[in-house]
Design a protein. Structure first.
Length: 576
């Protein structure tokens, strides 16, 4: 049942809890202000779009979500996708894709698919997150250096959306550096990284991003007035910031645009689901609570339908803001609601001052965000692990940067599946168990010692270890081929085979046909539930003969002796 956490939290709500939520919500709202603006700019849309998203989506995620402390809004993860959609389809296309993603998220929650998102390999998440970080960093080089961009690569009339195109553009305009902007950006970046070391009582309450935005804005205004030094600001590039939310408006839906944007909407939905559920899991670890993943997905869907109606962009749960909420005492979704209302009040009362924020200061904030997103500790750990895991990470990382996030996720999943299958094949074995069974004492599946088994002449025992599926069928076929010489009964020991697929059933069927031609009988030993049920459904149990499917090796060998006796009796001449 989909039930928002807000309903549960309000059952035993108190004034003490409200005061904790209220103070935390105000702090998180202030923290979210520069990030919302910065992520909007990084995505290629106007600054107010980030504010609209943080207000509308943040409110929806807190009201309808399945986590007590989740804070939602725009994040850097969407910057690559949003930039590409806006460049090709405009804001209307972005709204269409975001609404479609919202519908997909709601369906994922209704059909209880929240748990499946957790099965996306960690290597892929690390890869595309690091790729997004590099892309965000690349998008901020121009503002960080204060470049006056007037020359574009051949075939372009504005800043290209691709990583390579951006780097080429910066190279063509590298001589146009605004040293004043560069020095301010560098100082802002230094403050961001040094600020947490000043004093935890202060720095834990006042975020570095807010400090540098306030200081840089003040410095920019004073230096412009008294020293004549100028740099690009939000106002000089985007104009005035609205002092109210726009009226809701549906985008123009066109069937051709919907078809073209459907893959992109899936990417937005998957990304929103992954990031929000990861954030919720992190929050559970910090608070000791447990979120409802399906309810959370429904809330993310509602948020991503509502956000573009008010001019916003895609949104999801934000790990950094959620952690800030917890550290500052947030207890229930009320803190997230207060966070959204705080942003609304800031926009209504102080929106006119946002236009003075220097672009180079926002670039410094985004460079620090990309550094934190890159996940260097995780990457270092992958370099020390399996080569296949690192290869999946590297492929996802490079494709995210040079091609597209959608393609990166698809290729990453394909490679991860391929390497997983290969590992299963490598771990699977089909081997002659005669020596191990007759060599004294062995351990059974339950690690209980069993007495030495006496395998009669004419019986071959093969042990299948690991799943018998399309990837391991060839090993099985090769083992069966060896069993035809001088043997009348083939016992397949399946105590360590826990999975069987259609390819495995086909292999058993072919083995049965070949054994019939050679006069060899097949007996199964210790078959598990899943393989047995599949044999039942496909009719394989009847083809083998139910009397030839035994619970353990003792019964299987006893059945093998019966089959040997039957074979001898058939060969003996009938006396007159």
């Amino acid at each position: 049942m989909i039930k928002p956490e807000l309903i549960n939290s309000l059952k035993h709500y108190s004034l003490k809890t409200f005061l904790a939520d209220f103070s935390s919500g105000i702090i998180v709202g202030i923290v979210a202000l520069p990030l919302a603006i910065a992520f909007a700019i990084a995505s290629g849309v106007s600054p107010e779009a980030g504010l609209f998203t943080a207000i509308v989506a943040g409110l929806c995620i807190s009201v309808f979500g399945g986590s007590k402390v989740q804070i939602g809004g725009p994040t850097g993860a969407f910057a690559v996708i949003v930039y590409g959609v806006v460049e090709q389809f405009g804001l209307s296309g972005l709204a269409t894709a975001t609404i479609m993603a919202g519908v997909i998220l709601i369906l994922l929650g209704i059909f209880k698919m929240g748990g499946l998102i957790k099965f996306i390999p960690y290597t892929i998440i690390t890869g595309f997150t690091a790729g997004i970080a590099v892309t965000i960093f690349a998008g901020q080089i121009g503002d960080f250096l204060g470049l006056n961009i007037s020359v574009f690569p051949e075939g372009f009339e504005k800043m290209p959306g691709t990583f390579v195109g951006k780097i080429q553009t910066y190279a063509l305009n590298i001589t146009h550096i605004n040293w004043y902007s560069f020095i301010m950006a560098a100082l802002c970046l230094i403050v961001i990284f040094v600020w947490p070391h000043f004093g935890k009582k202060v720095t834990s309450k006042v975020p570095a991003s807010l400090v540098v935005i306030l200081l840089a804005t003040l410095a920019s205004v004073l230096l412009s007035k008294y020293a004549g030094l100028t740099t690009d600001t939000i106002g000089s590039r985007y104009g005035e910031i609205p002092s109210k939310l726009p009226a809701p408006k549906l985008p123009d839906f066109h069937i051709q645009t919907i078809v073209k944007l459907f893959p992109t909407s899936i990417s937005i939905a998957v990304l929103a689901a992954i990031e929000s559920l990861l954030s919720a899991v992190v929050a559970d670890g910090m608070t000791g609570s447990k979120h409802d993943s399906n309810t959370e997905l429904v809330a993310q869907g509602i948020a991503n339908i509502a956000s573009p109606l008010f001019g916003g962009i895609p949104a999801t749960g934000a790990i950094a803001r959620t952690a800030t909420n917890i550290k500052n005492g947030g207890k229930t979704p009320v803190a997230g609601i207060v966070h959204a209302l705080t942003l609304l009040l800031i926009m209504l009362l102080l929106g006119k001052y946002v236009v003075y924020i220097p672009m180079c200061a926002l670039a410094a904030v985004l460079v620090s965000v990309s550094w934190n997103m890159a996940g260097f500790p995780a990457i270092r750990a992958l370099t020390k692990g399996q080569k296949s895991d690192f290869f999946v990470f590297l492929a996802t990382f490079l494709i995210t940067i040079f091609v597209d996030l959608t393609v990166a996720i698809a290729v990453g999943l394909g490679l991860a599946a391929f390497f997983f299958i290969k590992k299963m094949i490598d771990l699977s074995e089909v081997q002659n168990s005669r020596e191990s069974l007759t060599g004294g004492i062995e351990k059974t599946h339950n690690d209980v010692q069993e007495a030495a088994l006496n395998i009669p002449e004419g019986v071959m025992v093969y042990e299948i270890e690991g799943p018998l599926f399309f990837g391991t069928v060839r090993k099985f076929e090769m083992a069966v081929d060896k069993a035809y010489v001088d043997y009348k009964v083939l016992v397949l020991r399946m105590r360590k085979m826990i999975y069987l697929d259609a390819g495995g059933i086909r292999a058993l069927e072919q083995a049965k046909q070949l054994c019939d031609k050679k006069g060899v009988k097949i007996v199964l030993s210790g078959i598990h539930t899943q393989p047995y049920l599949l044999c039942e459904k496909t009719g394989m149990a009847d083809k083998l003969g139910r009397e030839n499917i035994c619970e353990n090796i003792d019964l299987a060998l006893a059945r093998a002796r019966e089959l040997l006796e039957e074979s001898k009796n058939l060969k003996q001449p009938v006396k007159a």
